[in-house]
Unconditional design. Structure first.
Ligand SMILES: [Zn+2]
Length: 274
């Protein structure tokens, strides 16, 4: 599933194509949304926001298209009229005079007026967004220490969108590795310095991934691996999807376990267990 950084990059591409322009025609590939086409067509797109893994396309007259890509949703942008050569279901198109944005395969799409955003079942429960530059390390530390989370295992709640918005499984594994902590540790097990470092990584890794197109490995290490002939997928992570391979930091073998219902990759040599 795409995580916060991937959705933010898709939103940047959609914004470059349609933001600040009149959406001359909006069409939906879902029957229940067809009546909304008239409501949106002919109005200017004023912003393309992300809220965790959800995207909000905002129109000048106070209407919004909410979309969540889930597992399969995929945005494309192109000169208006040009379609990518794929066999997916087109679910939404936002057309402007020169370019359009197309959303394929997603089914979690809604049209909402501004006044309804605060009540939306997903948006209204989101924690602080890790890609929102106004969110601070102190905010994350306070959440980790709060009664709601301090006695829960990190592996079980880091990807809960009500804890913080935007983390998925690769970020969870990489944050735990960079913090030197196994998935079964609880915030209550940490001293102040460890909690601070964990909070820093919860913000720093998604932000680096956003800037670099998906690299959570240290940038020096990734560059050396790429120079030595590694593929991008091989170079981008410390531990994610590297089970059976040696840890770049300590040489121990990376292991794969199940934590919080998902595969969790970790290094027994680098990460302290609870
Ligand atoms: Zn290691």
């Amino acid at each position: 599933m795409p995580e916060g950084p991937e959705i933010r990059r898709a939103a940047d591409e959609v914004a470059a194509a349609i933001q600040g322009k009149i959406a001359t025609r909006v069409t939906f590939g879902l029957d229940h949304l067809k009546p909304m086409e008239k409501l949106l067509s002919g109005h200017k797109v004023v912003a393309v926001e992300t809220h965790g893994k959800a995207m909000l396309t905002r129109f000048e007259h106070g209407q919004n298209i909410y979309s969540h890509n889930q597992l399969y949703g995929r945005w494309y942008t192109a000169p208006t009229g040009q379609r990518p050569d794929i066999s997916r279901q087109l679910r939404l198109s936002i057309e402007t005079a020169d370019r359009w944005a197309l959303l394929y395969s997603a089914s979690d799409i809604a049209v909402l007026p501004d006044a309804a955003l605060a009540e939306h079942p997903f948006l209204s429960t989101l924690g602080p967004d890790v890609l929102d530059s106004s969110v601070t390390v102190e905010t994350i530390e306070a959440r980790l220490s709060s009664p709601r989370y301090r006695n829960r295992r990190l592996g079980n709640f880091l990807t809960e969108q009500r804890f913080v918005a935007g983390l998925g499984n690769y970020l969870r594994c990489e944050i735990l590795f960079c913090s030197g902590l196994a998935a079964n540790i609880r915030p209550a097990d940490l001293d102040g310095a460890q909690r601070h470092q964990l909070a820093e990584n919860i913000l720093a890794l998604p932000r680096q991934s956003y800037r670099t197109g998906g690299i959570t490995n240290t940038l020096d290490a990734a560059r050396k691996l790429l120079d030595a002939g590694a593929t991008f997928e091989q170079a981008r992570f410390h531990v994610f999807r590297r089970a059976g391979k040696p840890c770049y930091r300590c040489g121990n073998t990376i292991e794969k376990i199940t934590s919080g219902g998902q595969a969790c990759y970790w290094c027994p040599g680098c990460q302290q267990t609870g």
